[in-house]
Structure formats: structure tokens, C-alpha cells
Design a protein around this ligand. Structure first.
Ligand code: SF4
Length: 292
């Protein structure tokens, strides 16, 4: 629950505000860019919502915020915002909302599939929040939980217990320690079923992996994201905890695959044609090689 007494001075006057517990995860700025901005190391309200839709998105940010840092001075009915998650991004791909502080607000996703295609897939872990769990259950639960890397596993064990889903994670990121059911070894790509391909991409962490769904949707964890500033794909040099040269090398592996969507844990989502993505990926690799 956000504290009005601790509201940041950068907020404009009015109903919505951000307090000093904000960890600068970017979720609110992605969900409600007409309301929230980055003023340095934290977010604040730069413009109060004016329309019903802007208010809805600001309330969804409040629900998604990992630290409960967003508050309002007026009372709102937040049920619609609560029920909005998981929210559809495209076709059968959803953003779970309810980000977790333990994964620094990383985004997690749900692929909705019929049982005949293997059932639903959770990509990384949201917060184990009651309303979200209820909604996920109504949407068919999860058969599989793909964990891109050790930083974004949050409440994986609670979801695994609740839905009985098989978790997939790489050995090098401590999968055995976390009790994961399917442990991936080595660097070869591995098919989980007809539509799901696991591609190990060490760099951000030693055991980082991405997941390619139907050769269209690439779930990238903290390996690859869109840069609005540079208008191309990018990687995060300052958080290459394991090895930047390894991340640059493993990025090249993705040139062998087609994808139209990049869906990261941190950083911005991007959608473009497979050809455009290929060009952006080449740009990214060249930039990585120049960046020490
Ligand atoms: S979602 Fe919350 S923690 Fe993340 S930037 Fe916004 S206010 Fe800060």
C-alpha cells in the first residue's frame, strides 16, 4: 500500500502518486505511459489520468507494481484492473501483471493452449497473488512453467504446487537446487513439443535460456529486449552478470531462427516482421561487439 506521506516530490498534484518505495522497474511506464514517467532513478506521475481508459491503465499499473508504490487519494473500484490480468498482448499470449519484487518487477507471460497442444505455459513467475491465481485457474492453469533464468523465478514453487506444472530450467542456474522437474544441460537447442523450442543463451547468467513459440514469439528473459531510444534490439551490458562476451556469442545463435515478437522480462516488447527482427538482431550483435 503506497503512502501519501512518502509520495515523491516529482509527482504532479492530483489523485495518482508514486511513493519513495519505487524500485524503478518500468512496469507502470509500459502499462500507462500517458501517466507515469522515469524522472531519474524512480517513476512518478507526470500527468493525471483524464479519460476512463487512462484511469483503467493507471489502476492496472497499481495492481502490477511489485512494491505497492502507486497510490491514489480518491477511492477507486479496482476490480476491473484486478480482473484485467492476465491481459492479452496478441492472439493467445498474455502478460500476467502482478510482478514480483524478488524478480525486480520482471514480466511473466502466459501462453494459452488447449490440452491437445500441451496446455498452458507460464513463462517466468509472477507474484503468487490470490486474484491472479484464481484467474489463471479459470483460464486452464498451467501445464508447464519455463524459467528463463534464476533472477526471475519469484514464486515458481507455489505455482508448481498449485497447478502441478512441470518446471523447465537450466542446470547452470541452479535448477536442481530449486527442485525443478526438467533440467536442461549444455547449449544445444531442445524441443519441448511441436511448438516450443528452448534455446540456451548464456551471458546474463550462466544458465540463461530463451523460449521460441511457433517460430513467432520469442520469450527472452533478460537476454534481449527492444530499445525505444535506439529503435532497435538491445541487451543490457551493466547486468551481464556472467559474461558479456558470452552473451554476444550466444546472441548470434538467435540468427538461426525466425521470430516476430520479442517478449522480455525487463525492457520493452517489440513486434515486427521476421525480416525486420533479423536486421535488428544483426544491429544488436554489432553494437554488442563494439561495447566493452
Ligand atoms: S511499477 Fe512500481 S516499482 Fe515499478 S517503476 Fe512503477 S512505481 Fe516503480
Amino acid at each position: 500500500m503506497a503512502s501519501y506521506a512518502r509520495r515523491l516530490p516529482e509527482n504532479v498534484t492530483g489523485d495518482f502518486f508514486v511513493d519513495d518505495t519505487c524500485i524503478d522497474c518500468d512496469a507502470c511506464r509500459q502499462i500507462a505511459p500517458a501517466t507515469f514517467r522515469d524522472h531519474g532513478d524512480q517513476s512518478s506521475v507526470y500527468r493525471q489520468p483524464e479519460t476512463e481508459e487512462e484511469t483503467r491503465l493507471a489502476l492496472m499499473s497499481l495492481v502490477a507494481c511489485p512494491t505497492g508504490s502507486i497510490g491514489t487519494t480518491r477511492k477507486h473500484d479496482v476490480r476491473k484492473a484486478i480482473d484485467a490480468f492476465p491481459t492479452r498482448l496478441a492472439e493467445n499470449i498474455y502478460f500476467c501483471g502482478y510482478t514480483s519484487e524478488s524478480s525486480f518487477g520482471a514480466w511473466s507471460y502466459l501462453i494459452v493452449r488447449p490440452e491437445s497442444e500441451g496446455g498452458n505455459v507460464l513463462v517466468d513467475s509472477p507474484r503468487f497473488a490470490g486474484p491472479l491465481v484464481k484467474r489463471l485457474k479459470a483460464m486452464g492453469g498451467a501445464s508447464l512453467m519455463f524459467l528463463t533464468h534464476k533472477d526471475d523465478i519469484a514464486d515458481h514453487d507455489s505455482f508448481a504446487k498449485k497447478f502441478g506444472c512441470r518446471r523447465v530450467m537450466h542446470a547452470q542456474d541452479g535448477a536442481a537446487r530449486y527442485g525443478v522437474e526438467q533440467i536442461i544441460e549444455g547449449e544445444d537447442a531442445l524441443r519441448l513439443d511441436d511448438d516450443l523450442l528452448v534455446i540456451p543463451v548464456p551471458g546474463h547468467t550462466r544458465g540463461h535460456m530463451v523460449l521460441l513459440y511457433k517460430n513467432r514469439f520469442l520469450f527472452t528473459g533478460d537476454h534481449l529486449a527492444w530499445s525505444p531510444a535506439r529503435e532497435t534490439l538491445t541487451a543490457f551490458r551493466s547486468v551481464a552478470w556472467y559474461s558479456w562476451p558470452e552473451q554476444t556469442r550466444s546472441m548470434r545463435k538467435l540468427l538461426d531462427y525466425d521470430f516476430e515478437w520479442v517478449l522480455p522480462g525487463h525492457g520493452r516488447i517489440h513486434h515486427a516482421s521476421a525480416d525486420a527482427m533479423h536486421t535488428h538482431l544483426l544491429n544488436c550483435i554489432e553494437w554488442m561487439k563494439r561495447t566493452r
